[in-house]
Design a protein around this ligand. Sequence first.
Ligand code: M6R
Length: 605
Amino acid sequence: MCGIIGIASNKSVTANIIQSLKRLEYRGYDSAGIATIVNGNIDEKKCTGRVDNLEKILFKNPSNGFLGIGHVRWATHGAASQINAHPHSSEEVSVVHNGIIENSDELKKNLEKKGYKFKSQTDTEVITFLLTDFLKDFNLINAINKTLEKLNGSFALGIIFKKYNDIVVGARRGSPLAVGYGPEENYLGSDSYALKSMTNKITYLDDGDVCILTNNKVEFYNSKNKKVNKEILMLSDDKNIAEKGDYKDFMSKEINEQNITAKTCIKEYVDQLRKEINLYNFPVKPEEIKKIVLIGCGTAYHSCIAAKYWFEEFTNISIEIDVASEFRYRKIKFHKKNLYVFVSQSGETADTLAALDLCKKNNMKTCSIVNVVESSIARSSDFVLPIHAGPEIGVASTKAFIGQMLVLYILSIKISEIRKDINKAEYTKKINELKNLPDLIKKTLKFQDKIQVIAKDFLKAKGAIFLGRGLSFPIALEGALKLKELSYLHAEGYPAGEMKHGPLALIEEGLPVVILAPKDRYYEKTISNMQEVIARGGKVILITNEYNNVISENVRSTLKIPNTDDHLTPFLMTVPLQLLAYHVASLKNCNIDKPRNLAKSVTVE
Ligand code: M6R
C-alpha cells in the first residue's frame, strides 16, 4: 500500500516525481505529497485526493529542487487529510513511508518528552523526529541506523536531508523497495512499475538494506551495516502496455482483453502440436506430493478455491486452501512432502508474502503464481508460474483472476498426468479443450448490452446475493466481491446449498439474486435453491448454458453462456459477473478504476 518515489538528479525532479506518482496511484490515492530541497531548505507540498491536485498546487507554487521524494497514501494511521499526507518533515529531514510502525505510540511519547511537537496522527512522523534527534549527535549513516533500530514493524522509507542536500536515502524492512539507474540521475521506488517510465535497470533491496543515492552513484548497506554490491536487473520494456487506448477506463479494457489474456497464457504453457503442457522442474516430485496448500487473498484466494475443485477432481492429492492473513498466524503442521502454492497478482501482498516467508522458514517447498515476475513473492519462491496477463491497473482484479485460474487449472492437469492420476487420453482431451477457451471467453463479452439493462435492477436494491455450487461457488464469491468493491453495494456469495441455513432470511421482495446454474452435476439442486429464492420474492438473474431450455417463468433475466467442458465453465461464468459489477458501478457514477478505500497492491497487513 502507498507508493514511494525518490529521485537524485542534476536537473529539476518535480515533473518526473509527479509522473511516477501518477503511475503509483494504483497503490493508494487518499492523498499525495512531494518534498524537494529548494534554496537549501526542505520544501514540502501535499494535498488530499489525487496527484492531479498536487500538480495544481505545484503549478501555482513550483518546487524545483534537484532531488526529492514523493508519496501517494493509502491511510492506515490517521484519516486521509492533508496533515497526515506524506512526506512528514522537520527542519532537517523529510520522510515518506510505506508500512506500519507498530511501536509508534511509545516512540511518540518519548519524543514528546524531548519537546518534539507532532502535527499528524501518523506513525511515520516518529521516524522524522527520531532522525532529526539522532542527527544532532551522530553522522548520517549512524543516525539512520540508530533510527531504524528503534522501529518495530514493516517499512520502506525514502528520506531527504537539509544538511546532506545531494542524497536520497532508502531503507527496507518488510515492505518492498527498488532502486533504478538513469542518465545522470538515480531513482528510488516502491516498485519497479513506478520507475519503468524512467529506466529498466533495477536493483531490489533485500530486507534490512539501506541505500544512498546521489545523481551519479548508488551505495548499498546490508542489515549488518556492511557495504555491499547488488545485482542490476534489466526489466522487460513494457512502458506502453498499460495505456487505456479507446476504453473509458482500465477495467473495461482489462475485462475486454480477457480472451487475449487466456490465449497468451495458454500459448505460454500448452504445446498444442505435441499435446503437452510445458511445465518441468517442479520443486518437489509431483508423484511424491502428499498435500497441496493453496494460499492467497481476495480474488486470488477465490482462484485457490476453484483450484481445490480441479485438483480434487483430477488428482489423488489432498488439497487445503487458506487466506494468507489466517495462514500466517495459525499453528501449521508443516510436512516436507507438501507443496505450498501462493497466488498473487501483484506479488507484493504483505499477508501472502508473510505466509510464504513462514513456509520458507520451515524449509517447505514453495511455488508462486504471479502476474508481476519481478515481485517479492516471485523472487522468494522456489518455483514461479507467471500468468502472463500484462499489467493490470484497475484496482478490481479481472483479467488476473482469469490468468490465475488458468495457470492453476493447467497445473492441476499437468500434475495429475505426471502422477498418472488421469490417463493420456483424458490429458490430451483436456489440452484440446483449452484451445477453444479464448474464443468462448470472447463470446461472453457480448453480454454487455443485456447486462447494462440488468444492472438497473441493482440501483435501488439494499444488497445482492450470488449463489452457486461446485465450481460455480468460488465464482459466486468473486461476483459478490466485484460488486461490493466497485459499486459499494452489500453483496454476499454463498454455496447455494447453504441458503436454508440462515441467509434465506435475507430474501425479500425485489432482492437481486444471481444464480449460477450451469448444466453440470449440481444443476437440479441449484435450480431447487433458485425456486426457494423465487418463492420468497427474490429477483433472480440466472446464468446457465446455451443448451438449457428448462428455464422457470419467474426468472427475471437469463444469460446463457456457451457450452463447454464443465471444468472450464467457471471461466465463462466469471465474465458476466465482472460486467455486472462494472455496469452497476457505472450507473452509480463510482470511480471504476479506483474504488474508495482500496488499493491495487496491499503491502500492509
Ligand atoms: O495482488 P494480489 O493478487 O495478491 O491481491 C490480492 C487481493 O488484494 C486482490 O485480489 C483484491 O481482492 C482485489 N482488489 C479484488 O478485485
